[in-house]
Design a protein. Sequence first.
Length: 287
Amino acid sequence: MAETGGSPGTNGSGADCVLDLMPESGIGYLTQALADIGRGLAMWRLGWALGWVDIKLRYRGSLLGPLWLTFSTAVMVAAMGPIYGLLFHMDMRTYVPFLAVSLVLWGFVSGVANDGPTIFTGAAGLIQAARLPFTLHALRALVRNSLILLHNVIVIAVVFALCGVVPAHLGGALPAVVLWGIDGLALSLLLGVVGTRFRDIPPIVSSLMTIAFFVTPVLWEARLVTVDPRFLLFNPFYALLDIIRAPLLGAPAALSSWVAALAYSVLLWVGMLLLFARLRSRLAYWV
């Protein structure tokens, strides 16, 4: 349903009303979707609070709390670093920092993707109880996974200190961080709509992310590929990882990676807006 314009409680002409019952049509779908996104972003403080509460509730009663995430990531780096470093004949002082950054960043990507299909169904009670923008629930999931990422950054800092790695191009990673946030919001909304309509989507996404983990340069470096490495740009995860991983490891990101990452971001947002705009009004009935 289209929402009222003008001041709250009026329909713009001075008459009191609660809802404008005229159905959405044409450009109205897109207008209301963009308005939903704008209102959701304006409520970022509530999204932050809900994401923080999710983390606290998940680890309520735990001795280390969210630091268990950091501990498990550190164990993975310590166990997998020597093994894969020997298999790939890599210098440990360069491979272990690469692995630490890759695993931490991939944890964020997979977390956003796996949470995406359930952001609306998991908040069904709140959606049915209060009239809030749907974007707020995507922002909540993004905050939750960002907090997990911040906990795991400790692993990167420790590994860099032990291996003597200095991120000389750290400033180049800041635009990539912004792009990651923008894409994370779009991916959450896209998967949220699909996952609400089709309840088989969560296990499908989980399986696809497992496959993507092995075909993306996370455990292995792109330079180990014997064919033209530009073929890796057809993998959107590679481009997104490279634009933030390369600056953290002390090298500027390749221009081709940035071009590919921006192209995939545009496609993601266009697809999300088309789907979200058309089906947004039905989400409250599907949850």
